[in-house]
Ligand binder design. Structure first.
Ligand code: SAH
Length: 241
């Protein structure tokens, strides 16, 4: 689970590098067996504080101390936090994204979140834009929480936003097309493509607040909801009990 992305299989990193160096990018295409083909507007990966959704703006206000921006992408959150005087380290598995972040003046490292040899401590671990998605599957949550605990300084917090995607399966009469035997409904397979660069398929987890808190409690973490978003999304703050 400690792997990094090869530059020739990194569509999002390519898109971020293009947008940063040329001021524009082609379409960053997203495929999944559950949804029609979709697109991530590359400009949104470079959003300023004013362009961030309210939940992310709230996350920026709740960050404190030394912050680890996990899966930082273009570094948009790191830059906001740095401008507020916080000490920030950004990690990402994409070398291209890390290169862009370094050029933007961020202390960025190419590190996989799950790599235990990265053993610094942080007052805030930030996982924005459903960053907890990297956990992939519900069964991997315990390992994820154990790893988070290693990264948290005493009194530290994990801040994350995610969504309950049950609305995707909802019929008009309110019933749900969910196969309860097939595992948790928020586990989605994705693949991305940018120009001719195709990424490897990966599992991405969306998790509702109740399931998140149940697993967190089991690992000795207290899970609080900071705010609800506008569409089944929320911002949560987790601390060691
Ligand atoms: N947080 C940014 C980018 C979100 S996209 C934003 O809100 O705009 C998710 C990012 O996580 C990608 O840049 C991807 O390369 C990175 N990533 C995926 N798995 C990771 C892992 N295990 N450790 C660190 N970064 C990871």
């Amino acid at each position: 689970m400690n792997n990094l992305i090869d530059t020739d299989k990194d569509p999002m990193g390519r898109a971020i590098m293009d947008y940063f160096s040329k001021g524009k990018a082609s379409r960053l295409r997203v495929f999944s067996s559950l949804f029609y083909e979709d697109e991530i507007p590359v400009a949104t990966l470079f959003r300023s504080f004013d362009e961030m959704p309210p939940l992310e703006q709230e996350a920026m206000r709740v960050c404190r101390g030394r912050v680890l921006d996990v899966g930082a992408g273009s570094g948009c959150h790191s830059l906001v936090l740095m401008s507020r005087g916080l000490d920030v380290v950004a990690i990402d598995i994409s070398q291209l994204s890390v290169d862009v972040m370094k050029q933007r003046g961020i202390d960025a490292r190419q590190v996989n979140f799950f790599d235990k040899t990265f053993d610094e401590k942080f007052d805030t671990v930030l996982m924005a834009m459903n960053g907890i998605g990297i956990v992939g599957r519900v069964e991997a949550l315990s390992d994820f929480f154990m790893r988070t605990k290693q990264l948290l300084a005493p009194g530290g917090q994990l801040l994350l936003d995610s969504s309950d995607i049950r609305y995707v399966f909802e019929n008009e009469d309110g019933s749900l097309d969910i196969d309860l035997a097939a595992g948790y409904y928020g586990e989605i397979d994705y693949r991305m493509q940018y120009k001719g660069v195709r990424g490897e398929p990966f599992d991405w987890l969306y998790i509702d607040f109740d399931t998140l808190s149940m697993y967190a409690e089991q690992c000795g973490l207290l899970c609080e909801k900071v705010a609800d978003g506008e569409h089944y999304d929320y911002l949560a703050r987790l601390t060691v009990k």
